[in-house]
Write a protein that binds this ligand. Sequence first.
Ligand SMILES: [Cu+2]
Length: 140
Amino acid sequence: MKKIVTVFNIVVLTIIFSFYGCSIADQANSDSSIAPSSGATTHIVKMTGDYEFDPSSLTIKQGDSVKWILIARDHEVASGTVIETKDGREGVPDGLWDSGTLTKGVAKQSFTYTFNSTGTFPYYCESHVDLGMIGTITVE
Ligand SMILES: [Cu+2]
C-alpha cells in the first residue's frame, strides 16, 4: 500500500510541476517580443498617449523586426535624425522607413520594419518631434 501511495505522489507531483512549468514558459513568452520559428524576433515598441515610444531605445539582432503599435492618439514613425532649429526640433528623414499616419479606430494601427543591417537607427514621430517623441534602434 505504501508503494502505491508513493507512486501516486510522484504522478501528482509530475502533473503539478508540468503545469507550473507551462505557466512559467507562458509568462516568458508574454514578454514584448515574438519569436517566429526562423530565429528572427519581432520586437514591440508602443506609441503611447504620452507622446513616447516605449521603449524609446532598443537593441536588437540583425534580421530582427520592430513592430510599432499605436496605443493612443495619432502618431507616425519615420527614420531619420532630429535637429534643433530656431523654431524648435525638426525631423530630417533618411528615407529608410515612414509609416505615414497611424490613427486609432482605422485599420492601420501598427507598422513593422525589418533591420537587415547593423548600426544605429534614429527615428521620430513627425507630429510630435517637438514634444520629444524620438527613439533609437541599435542593431547588433
Ligand atoms: Cu506622435
